[in-house]
Design a protein around this ligand. Structure first.
Ligand code: PLP
Length: 494
């Protein structure tokens, strides 16, 4: 067993609304995730830590109990309390942040998931603790009698039951989409990749928002397509900028995320949506609308899709159940008119015989038609709303005045911007060393910026972890600002 550092150096804030035992547990957790307290390290005895922090023994006991329940520490009578053996790596051992490209960051984001105790603000994913596992399992059980049929290859275009369920679901949002136009894809990502391959040849240009979803940038890069970025403000894309681009270029399409955009969380304003659809119709510009987050709307009913505003046929619509339900289902869909559907299917058939497993498609259809999705959303929306509030409160409480951030009304993402205090990737690395994972802004951008940006996600973690993560991040920023001010004073620092 490794000997402990003498003390894990905890700082309690007695004016904080967070209970003292939670503060202790959260801070120890961060030190485990960062590797500062490695597997096997001995934690201070309860009595000693209580005396040092000026709290009761019960407070420390409760903190240790919580860490034990999460499997992070182990207590052995007569020997003491230890960090659990290193069955998972610490953040420091994963070689993260070596590449700030979309591909490099996607790789990091998935590795971070393996680490215990990390404050994971990097994943734009739902919290697995909130998955509707039981109810979904009941849907699977109900399908047991059809077992052998459902373990067959399914139709390439998707299960007819699911196509119908999706068509009915969209009708509730004002979108007329016959089931025959619904193509089931392996997550939203496959839908995007198929569309890009059907519409483009290598070297073609595609308009994107700046910043945009890094998975799509990864597709562009892989298919050798050239991004034309349009800046975003809090109401949506800059339309003068878009018009100017259209005068000079012949883009194959414009990829847009109008509802709770990833990574900024913004929702386009009604005026901007209308104007965007009209502009696209005027210029014959195809809009590829990604509506993956729309139903995660915290302050109002989900906004209508752009496609519902369009009468010109210029809007291609796609979405996914990864965020509103469970990403492991790998179920997404594209609405495709017949000619496009044929092209998508031809491409699809070159890499697979059918889409997501038929059993999962049918179970999802059943789950939706029996009201499971609606019930699930009723349960999780208040929880995500509360987490969004915790993140924004923590940013307000801890961030220096020079920081700016978006106020997402839905989805999982918040976009934080700072003056360029850090070289590219440095803040990301420093945060990982303190047990906090975020997504570096560079992965969502195609042009270098004069500010440091990052995405903070609030769906995957509880409120306590979000507060702790933001507090750690703010401390790093503050330390760097102080260092810079000592070297060459910056007028606006703090
Ligand atoms: C905007 C957006 N579109 C599509 C996807 C793809 O999701 P999946 O392939 O898991 O359905 C994501 C996932 O992060 C996303 O953020």
């Amino acid at each position: 067993m490794l000997e402990p550092k003498p003390r894990p150096d905890l700082k309690l804030n007695r004016r904080h609304s967070q209970a003292l035992y939670r503060q202790i547990a959260e801070q120890i957790k961060t030190r485990i995730a960062s590797g500062e307290l490695p597997g096997g390290a001995r934690l201070p005895p309860i009595r000693a830590l209580a005396a040092e922090l000026g709290v009761t023994r019960l407070t420390v006991q409760n903190a240790y109990r919580e860490l034990q329940a999460e499997g992070l520490i182990e207590a052995t009578v007569g020997r003491g309390t230890f960090v659990g053996p290193e069955t998972h790596p610490s953040l420091l051992h994963l070689h993260l942040g070596e590449q700030l490209t979309p591909k490099g960051v996607l790789h990091d984001v998935h590795k971070v998931q393996q680490v215990r105790g990390v404050r994971n603000l990097a994943l734009a994913s739902p919290d697995p603790h909130l998955f509707p596992t039981e109810e979904f399992w009941a849907s699977l059980e109900a399908l047991h009698p059809q077992g052998s049929e459902l373990f067959q290859y399914g139709p390439l275009v998707g299960d007819p039951h699911l196509r119908l369920a999706i068509s009915e679901l969209l009708a509730q949002r004002g979108l007329e989409a016959p089931a025959e136009e619904v193509l089931i894809t392996v997550g939203g990502l496959q839908g995007l990749a198929l569309i890009a391959r059907v519409l483009c040849q290598p070297g073609d240009e595609v308009i994107i928002e700046q910043p945009t979803y890094l998975g799509f940038l990864n597709i562009l890069h892989t298919l050798k397509l050239r991004p034309l970025p349009v800046p975003l403000d809090e109401e949506g894309p800059s339309l003068p900028h878009l018009e100017a681009l259209l005068k000079k270029h012949r883009p194959r399409f414009y990829y847009t995320v109008p509802n709770f955009h990833n990574p900024t969380g913004i929702r386009f304003s009604p005026q901007r949506r209308q104007a965007l659809v009209e502009l696209a119709a005027r210029h014959g510009l195809t809009l590829v609308e990604d509506d993956t987050y729309a139903q995660l709307s915290y302050d109002a009913p989900p906004p209508a899709p752009l496609r519902a505003l369009d009468s010109s046929g210029n809007v291609l619509y796609l979405s996914s159940f990864s965020k509103v339900l469970m990403p492991g289902l790998r179920i997404g869909f594209v609405l495709a008119p017949p000619a496009l559907l044929e092209g998508l299917l031809a491409l699809h058939s070159a890499s697979d015989i059918c889409g997501p497993p038929l059993l999962l498609q049918r179970a999802t259809a059943r789950f939706i038609q029996q009201g499971g999705l609606e019930r699930h959303l009723r349960k999780v929306l208040p929880i995500y709303r509360e987490r969004r509030g915790a993140l924004l409160d923590a940013l307000r409480a801890h961030m220096p005045r020079v920081a700016r951030w978006t106020r997402p009304q839905g989805g999982f993402s918040c976009w934080l911007s700072l003056p360029a205090y850090f070289p590219p990737g440095a803040l990301y690395q420093a945060a990982l060393h303190r047990g906090v994972a975020l997504t570096p802004g560079e992965a969502f951008l195609t042009q270098t910026q004069d500010r440091t940006h990052m995405r903070l996600c609030f769906g995957y973690q509880g409120s306590e972890a979000l507060r702790e993560g933001v507090a750690q991040l703010a401390q790093l920023i503050q330390e760097q600002a102080t260092r810079l001010a000592q070297r060459a004073p910056i007028a606006e620092v703090l």
